[in-house]
Design a protein around this ligand. Structure first.
Ligand code: NAD
Ligand code: UDP
Length: 318
């Protein structure tokens, strides 16, 4: 296939490029580098299966030649208000990537009668009242909270994707991605795993926002990419959760990271840092992914952290 991937210079987009090229596909990467990094694609320079277009997906997209699949991954993705790259600090850009970007990428899929995959998120469930979260759950989202620019743009993106499927008969798919970690995450994007790993490697106190009783379920990037590619190769049109159902509190995550790295510093609790719409718990129900795609994650959190730490050691020159 010849595949257009937006957000190609980002954490997930760059891994997707690598895996799809390794499987024999041709990839056209697209990115405007707002949160991405050229280094994530540097190893693909000169690869005849890869080309790159620097472009903001909020503007009309033209791709020369035939396209068989379109994957829309461009969006700021960090929730942290303290990070310059968090979506509360890029609110309009976040909404434009989710709304206008989705519209433009769907336009490419329509022109080429291509398979379309939308990178959606567990955030569309908001601070969930149902646990674990099944795809049939409609969510509990504050429409004007700090995270709303992200949550609502992704909810709009899902609705527009289904509209193109129902009205224009585009072969669309929607992946609801749960918290994912691994090499190539931005060091400074403020997400919990990059923060904790760096703090532990520098023998500093780990910073827990709130009381740390909130939960997340973390998926290693290779597992996630495998699931997304299975969805791409399928003809499934309804949303599919991809994530690791192994749920952990943030307090226990801090203990695990300290244990794996050997950091003995106490953790600190920063009550004021927790945003009002920070979800209290999150865990994917992956029944649909395991039945429809025959997918389930293979790498547990302990193994995944061990695979991720060398990347941080290298980036930090430690
Ligand atoms: P990332 O910030 O590393 O990558 C996003 C990429 O999109 C960046 O390279 C950025 O420069 C690019 N981009 C943003 N706006 C753009 C625009 N208007 N035009 C062109 N490029 C633009 O984030 P990520 O973690 O790789 O996330 C990728 C996708 O997966 C996002 O859509 C995100 O919402 C989704 N997602 C990620 C996670 C996760 O845990 N990483 C969880 C849920 C959903
Ligand atoms: N968090 C934390 N300390 C940090 C960074 C984040 O306690 O240094 C918390 C954050 O408040 C949230 C959870 O960890 O409850 C996961 O945060 P992340 O930004 O990684 O992703 P989210 O799932 O909130 O989008």
């Amino acid at each position: 296939m010849r595949i257009l991937i937006s957000g190609a210079a980002g954490f997930l987009g760059s891994h997707l490029c690598d895996k799809l090229i390794a499987l024999g596909n041709e990839v056209i990467g697209m990115d405007n580098f707002i949160t991405g990094n050229k280094d994530n694609l540097a190893h693909l320079a000169g690869n005849e299966k890869f080309s790159f277009i620097r472009h903001d997906v909020a503007n009309f997209i033209f791709v020369p030649g035939k396209v068989d699949a379109v994957m829309h991954f461009a969006s700021p993705a960090s929730p942290n208000p303290a990070s310059p790259f968090g979506f509360p600090n890029l609110p309009i850009q976040t909404m434009k990537a989710g709304a206008l970007g989705t519209h433009n990428m769907l336009g490419v899929a329509r022109d080429h009668k291509a398979r379309y995959i939308l990178a959606s998120t567990s955030e569309i469930y908001g601070d969930p009242l149902e646990h674990p979260q099944r795809e049939g759950y409609w969510g509990h989202v504050d429409p004007i909270g700090l995270r709303s620019v992200y949550d609502e743009s992704k909810r709009f993106a899902e609705a527009l994707t289904m509209a193109y499927h129902r009205y224009h008969h585009i072969n669309t798919g929607i992946v609801r991605i749960f918290n994912t970690y691994g090499p190539r995450m931005r060091l400074d994007d403020g997400r919990v795993i990059p923060n904790f790993i760096q703090q532990a490697l520098k023998k500093e106190e780990l910073t827990i926002y709130g009381d740390g009783s909130q939960t997340r379920s973390f998926c290693y990037v290779d597992d996630l990419i495998d699931g997304i590619i299975k969805l791409l190769y399928s003809e499934e049109h309804y949303p599919v959760n991809i994530g690791n159902p192994d749920e952990i509190t943030i307090v226990d995550l801090a203990k695990l990271v300290n244990e794996v790295i050997g950091n003995t510093k106490e953790t600190v609790f920063l009550e004021g840092k927790v945003a009002g719409d920070d979800p209290m718990r999150r865990q994917p129900d992956i029944t649909r992914a395991s039945t429809i795609l025959k997918w389930e994650p293979k790498i547990n959190l302990h193994q995944g952290l061990k695979k991720t730490i060398p990347y941080f050691l290298e980036k930090l020159n430690l």
